[in-house]
Design a protein. Structure first.
Length: 197
């Protein structure tokens, strides 16, 4: 084959409209999960150190919405201040009907560390409605002298649980305490991606 023909074929391949430049390719699922956990961590840190109940509730809303995503339970303006804080794409966990699947499930399916399934997902999400119903029951039966959160195998769900309790309280000190609990579960979730390789 003549050199000019080879050059033309190479040029055509490089300029093909279906070719995706390396800097525009979708990051690996585990990287997307890590990014989302980092966002949640920032909201949880703000919640745990809030100077007002309004600030604590706004940060708790943002953290919960980033975990559940737009297909998840309660996604929206949870604190009722007229502002929706949360992602438009997906959350860390699957939606109520399994869609979107969430960053954790996508990372697990792509061969991410086993700890993602154990610690972030807390097991199978074959029945997302049942998993979210479990969260509702845990929150409804929680009391200061009966901590039901450990019943949730998913540390990401526990973050949502503490957020829901924060949104119900009128006590700033209690809201901060709930934020401190959520920080523990953010740490476990981060380690599930970064330290369990």
């Amino acid at each position: 084959m003549r050199r000019w023909m080879v050059a033309a074929l190479v040029l055509a391949a490089c300029t093909s409209p279906t070719a995706i430049p390396a800097d525009e390719a979708e990051p690996p699922p585990t990287d997307l999960l890590t990014e989302r956990i980092t966002v949640v961590a920032a909201h949880v840190d703000r919640w745990a150190t809030a100077q007002s109940l309004r600030e604590a509730k706004a940060a708790a809303e943002a953290a919960a919405n980033h975990v559940v995503g737009p297909g998840g339970p309660g996604f929206g303006d949870r604190d009722g201040d007229g502002e929706l804080r949360g992602p438009r794409d997906a959350g860390i966990l699957p939606g109520l009907d399994g869609e979107p699947p969430g960053f954790a499930l996508s990372a697990a399916r792509a061969g991410g560390p086993d700890c993602i399934t154990r610690d972030i997902l807390g097991g199978s999400w074959d029945d997302p409605n049942a998993r979210w119903a479990e969260l509702d029951e845990v929150v409804e039966t929680w009391s200061p002298d009966r901590n039901t959160m450990p019943r949730l195998a998913s540390h990401a769900q526990r973050i949502v649980g503490w957020a829901l309790l924060t949104l119900r309280t009128d006590d700033l000190a209690q809201a901060r305490t709930f934020g401190s609990h959520a920080q523990i579960h953010v740490g476990v979730s981060r380690d599930a991606v970064l330290a369990c390789r």
